[in-house]
Design a protein around this ligand. Structure first.
Ligand code: CO
Length: 480
């Protein structure tokens, strides 16, 4: 199969990465562990330009999947756009007026009024550019609107939506692209925010091999919060509701981009809602200082205390400011600082203590996948190098939450993405394994797959990709 071209594309349309490579062997420098077998798939937005105008918000770039397949110390690379409604609008209609997170709903979208922030029909394919997961025995790309988009793990071809066979809403709702998978209980957990006259946070579970969302609990909420992820522990689900809230009616009446309807109201504080996983009952609501976050790193119980480790921002400016409205590829300078904070919630009193575990700005946190919801020690993140006024994201960190120290990997003119931990088959300690990520070298207009020894935090292998992969979001390693 030849690399595909955009024969239908109008000449005034371009993308920061337009080439799609079918499965291509790539050269490895160093040594890939012989036990490593499987595919690492990463998702992320690709900025597009129509008539000299870019899609406004980084989050609204077109979903592109990248796959690295490991087999007997060899690596192949494949990349492909998801064939979504947005893809069609851009490449076939030559227009940027597709539905998005922050796309300006112009007058041509007037008819779509109530549905501009979600696909009009449940079977239309959303621009699922955030994450990937395995659901109902299939690989899917995830976004914050339904429905998941199925793709072929070999070719990355788009296979349509995963249409849930159940009664929960598929429209006029928002969801998280960070579901939790519980290998012990053999289930995936996620939530919906149902917007309407009455709005709800609705948690559900999906049993392995099923495409039914079974409700766990439905929590009424007047002004829902914008949330990107949530936490689980052995016994609880924890929703961290930031004071970035919306009056649902505004989503119907205003023509603003989805996220611009949300208001930062710090006086509300941030509230943790703790739900019993078995009964679905709320067992605690506890407020702490106002902050915002995309990512929960992990959470776990210690007696009657729930510890929640979160990449915290002092406010929601990161999402409401103009930062993401720029093309971040050439200058990924993060104007806002983060810190890893540990919030420790005492049951049943509801008191909360918090402390900083890591002070430098970092994002895209990952932990050992088998320790989700359990006591753990190490978090892996991409982050800044120094405390310069403009942050240079050229580092990868292994944060030891116990000693509050970190190991750093860095390279000049390099921008690493989300570091994904893969345990070695005979692992004894938590950090016995490797970490893989995609690193962008903007000046060289190239990217490479980087592999670190997780314990030593040093490079063991890299494999150069023949193109520049834009900074992306989340990925997963699948043993297919
Ligand atoms: Co995320």
């Amino acid at each position: 199969m030849a690399s595909s071209t955009f024969t239908k594309t109008a000449p005034h349309v371009s993308a920061e990465l337009q080439e799609e490579l079918p499965k291509t062997p790539i050269q490895v420098k160093g040594t890939i562990p012989s036990w490593l077998s499987g595919t690492f798939v990463r998702n992320g937005p690709v900025t597009v330009t129509v008539d000299g105008k870019k899609n406004d918000h980084w989050f609204d770039g077109l979903a592109m999947l990248h796959a690295f397949t490991f087999d007997q110390e060899q690596v192949t690379y494949t990349n492909r756009f998801l064939r979504t409604q947005a893809y069609q609008t851009v490449f076939e209609e030559g227009s940027l007026h597709y539905l998005g997170f922050a796309v300006d709903p112009c007058k041509s979208l007037f008819k779509r009024l109530f549905t501009w922030f979600i696909p009009q029909s449940k079977l239309k394919i959303a621009n699922a550019n955030i994450n990937v997961a395995k659901l109902d025995e299939q690989l899917v790309a995830l976004y914050e609107v339904h429905l998941p988009v199925k793709f072929d793990p070999e070719t990355l071809e788009t296979l349509g939506v995963l249409d849930y066979q159940d009664e929960l809403p598929k429209e006029q709702c928002w969801t998280s692209a960070h579901p939790h998978y519980d290998a012990k209980r053999k289930e995936t957990i996620n939530y919906l925010i149902e917007f309407g006259r009455n709005s709800f946070y609705t948690f559900y579970r999906i049993a392995d091999g099923s495409n039914k969302r079974e409700p766990i609990t439905k929590i009424p909420v007047e002004e829902p919060s914008y949330m990107h992820s949530f936490a689980v522990t052995q016994n609880y689900l924890i929703l961290t509701t930031f004071p970035l809230v919306v009056r649902p009616i505004l989503l119907a009446l205003q023509w603003k981009p989805f996220i611009k309807n949300f208001k930062w109201e710090p006086e509300r504080g941030t509230e943790f809602i703790v739900i019993d996983r078995k009964s679905g009952k709320i067992i605690q609501r506890a407020k702490t200082k106002p902050f915002f976050a995309f990512h929960h790193i992990n959470a776990f119980e210690e007696g009657q205390t729930i510890h929640l480790d979160i990449v915290a921002y002092p406010d929601a400016e990161v999402i409401t400011s103009d930062f993401f409205y720029q093309n971040v590829v050439d200058k990924p300078n993060f104007p806002i600082r983060t810190a890893i904070e540990r919030f420790s919630l005492q049951l049943p009193a509801g008191t909360i203590r918090y402390e900083t575990l890591f002070e430098q700005t970092a994002e895209l946190p990952r932990v050992h996948p088998a320790l989700d919801g359990l006591p753990y020690r190490y978090a892996y993140l991409a982050g800044e190098d120094t405390l310069a006024p403009h942050v240079d994201f050229n580092s990868l960190y292994k944060v030891d939450t116990k000693t509050k120290t970190a190991k750093q990997w860095k390279a000049d003119e390099c921008h690493p993405g989300e570091p994904i931990f893969i345990a070695s088959p005979n692992a004894v300690e938590e950090d016995d394994g490797i970490v893989i990520t995609i690193v962008l070298e903007p000046k060289k207009k190239k990217s490479f797959l980087l592999m670190l020894d997780a314990k030593e935090w040093r490079e063991i292998a890299r494999a150069e990709v023949p193109l520049a992969i834009p900074l992306g979001l989340h990925g997963q390693f699948f043993n297919l």
